[in-house]
Design a protein around this ligand. Structure first.
Ligand SMILES: CCCCCCCCCCCCCCCC(=O)SCCNC(=O)CCNC(=O)[C@H](O)C(C)(C)COP(=O)(O)OP(=O)(O)OC[C@H]1O[C@@H](n2cnc3c(N)ncnc32)[C@H](O)[C@@H]1OP(=O)(O)O
Length: 185
């Protein structure tokens, strides 16, 4: 029997407000790829989404994702799992503004409109607040322009982790990669 998830990413009333890190990239800064082989943002990934994300004001990130024939789930339409990946990437980019390594714990996605091949989704993410190690966030994707119709919405919980999460569970990392994932004091 497959058990459904028992937790929710719905935002709680008792969250600590998000704090933009003093060394966060300035609003308008294009965020670097955190890993060259990442399926979301990696420039070396042969079939990745090649997303570009940008720091916004407060604790917000925007990004774009152009849907191509490689992302179809039905003829001419984007696959929902690929759209969730794009949302995950822009939500994960909040790490840069908080200067905390985090992993996705939960990602709830509403699919509101079909997204045709050729669409450039305008994605946006905002940190809502913290409860201990849990970071609550929301995100959305609009068709073609930042004021276009909303196609997808998400609520997410990311969990703050130490660098050992990646060194213990993943492949070997270079000293430079470890440094990039270290939590700033
Ligand atoms: C210098 C900085 C720069 C940084 C560099 C920037 C990089 C910026 C770009 C990144 C962009 C990438 C975007 C894609 C990001 C992925 O796709 S990450 C990959 C997918 N996610 C995973 O693989 C995570 C797999 N899960 C796990 O490893 C573990 O379950 C977790 C999430 C680490 C938690 O395990 P744990 O550390 O043992 O912690 P645990 O005590 O279980 O939970 C801690 C707290 O979180 C809560 N929690 C745990 N799981 C969940 C859940 N699923 N839902 C809700 N709450 C949860 C617990 O209830 C607990 O809450 P409290 O009781 O403390 O209040």
């Amino acid at each position: 029997m497959i058990e459904p998830p028992v937790r929710s990413a719905a935002h709680r009333a008792d969250l600590d407000p998000p704090e933009r890190h003093p060394e966060a990239p300035a609003p308008g800064t294009v965020l670097p790829s955190h890993y060259a082989d990442c399926v979301g943002c990696g420039p070396n990934h042969p079939t990745g989404l090649r997303m570009v994300t940008t720091a916004g004001p407060d604790v917000t990130v925007t990004g774009t994702f152009t849907v191509t024939a490689a992302h179809q789930g039905a003829p001419g339409l984007a696959h929902g799992g690929v759209l969730a990946t794009a949302l995950d990437e822009v939500l994960g980019g909040l790490s840069w503004l908080l200067r905390k390594p985090m992993v996705t714990g939960r990602l709830e996605t509403d699919y509101i409109r079909p997204v045709p091949v050729g669409t450039t989704l305008a994605l946006a993410a905002r940190c809502v607040g913290f409860s201990g190690r849990r970071m609550y966030a929301k995100g959305q994707g609009r068709l073609d322009t930042p004021d276009g119709p909303i196609a997808i919405r998400a609520a997410a919980v990311f969990v703050v982790v130490g660098v050992e999460h990646f060194t213990e569970h993943g492949a070997d990392m270079t000293a430079e990669q470890v440094h990039d994932y270290e939590v700033n004091p």
